[in-house]
Design a protein around this ligand. Structure first.
Ligand code: R5P
Length: 264
């Protein structure tokens, strides 16, 4: 059965990753370096109709406390790295922006921290990430590593497999990375579940195809933001993504769901 801490860790992970081994995480943390991102100016207005279709939400503590009602029954993966903005040339040189005590007070199910493999501040972010993993381990809270990619870096399978594997080696319980050609290699080399970020807004059919390809390559799911909340119909889009992740829908089937305005 494992000890109590082990139970807590597994319980929280099972709230994030559903019984089918998959998850639709809704990323709404963009403001921590981008400010009032398009679509998230009034966070709850955008998020409320999406919540029923998300398995998990990923905000910062400021948005969680101020904009999300405490009685929602969804697990929270809390963004705990930050400290630089889009205006800073050292964007992504992040440190800890929320304590483990506050994360526990907020009753979160996971902690998310960005690492910057292969860039100038690699060592700083990896060592701080290892501290977050120790904290998560101590209190039974899983840690999601976000493999941030600098502006000048290539998002190919070789690089993303390297970054994802390093995250897992240091102690990540889950990894969030980008989809790429040959994504199977990224999944194969990473011993913990992988979710993909959506990245910049692209046409809905393309985003659904990307999610589909990631799932077929072995991803556990998505941690998607802009391609959902910046869609022309966010509730329909998240339902289409959900069909890909949980029901094995093809891109065409999922796009049909989107075009119909959702499943019901
Ligand atoms: C970036 O590090 C943030 O966690 C974003 O929220 C994340 O990349 C997911 O959002 P999107 O699907 O918009 O890329």
């Amino acid at each position: 059965m494992g000890d109590v801490m082990d139970w807590g860790m597994k319980n929280r992970l099972s709230r994030i990753i559903q019984k089918d081994g998959h998850t639709v995480m809704l990323a709404i943390d963009h403001g921590y370096f981008l400010g009032p991102t398009t679509g998230l100016e009034k966070p709850w207005k955008t998020i409320e109709p999406l919540v029923p279709y998300a398995d998990c939400l990923m905000p910062t503590r400021g948005i969680l406390r101020n904009c999300i009602p405490p009685d929602i029954d969804k697990p929270i993966v809390l963004r705990v790295s930050g400290g630089t903005s889009i205006l800073n040339e050292n964007l992504l040189h992040e440190g800890i922006i929320a304590s483990i005590e506050d994360a526990i007070r907020l009753n979160v199910s996971g902690l998310a921290f960005s690492i910057l493999v292969g860039a100038k501040y690699e060592r700083d972010t990896l060592l701080t990430f290892s501290e977050i993993c120790d904290m998560g381990q101590e209190y039974g809270i899983p840690v999601l590593a976000v493999t941030a990619v600098g502006r000048e870096m290539v998002r190919d399978a070789k690089y993303l497999a390297l970054a994802s594997r390093i995250a897992a080696e240091i102690g990540a319980h889950m990894v969030k990375t980008y989809y790429c050609e040959g994504f199977e290699k990224v999944v194969e080399g990473c011993p913990v579940p992988i979710v993909i970020a959506g990245g910049k807004k692209i046409p809905e059919r393309d985003a659904l195809e990307m999610a589909y390809n990631a799932i077929q390559a072995g991803a556990a799911g998505v941690d998607m933001g802009r391609n959902i909340f910046q869609s022309s119909n966010p509730p329909a889009m998240i339902q289409a993504v959900r069909a890909v992740v949980h029901e094995n829908a093809t891109p065409d089937e999922a796009y049909e769901i989107f075009q119909q305005g959702g499943k019901e």
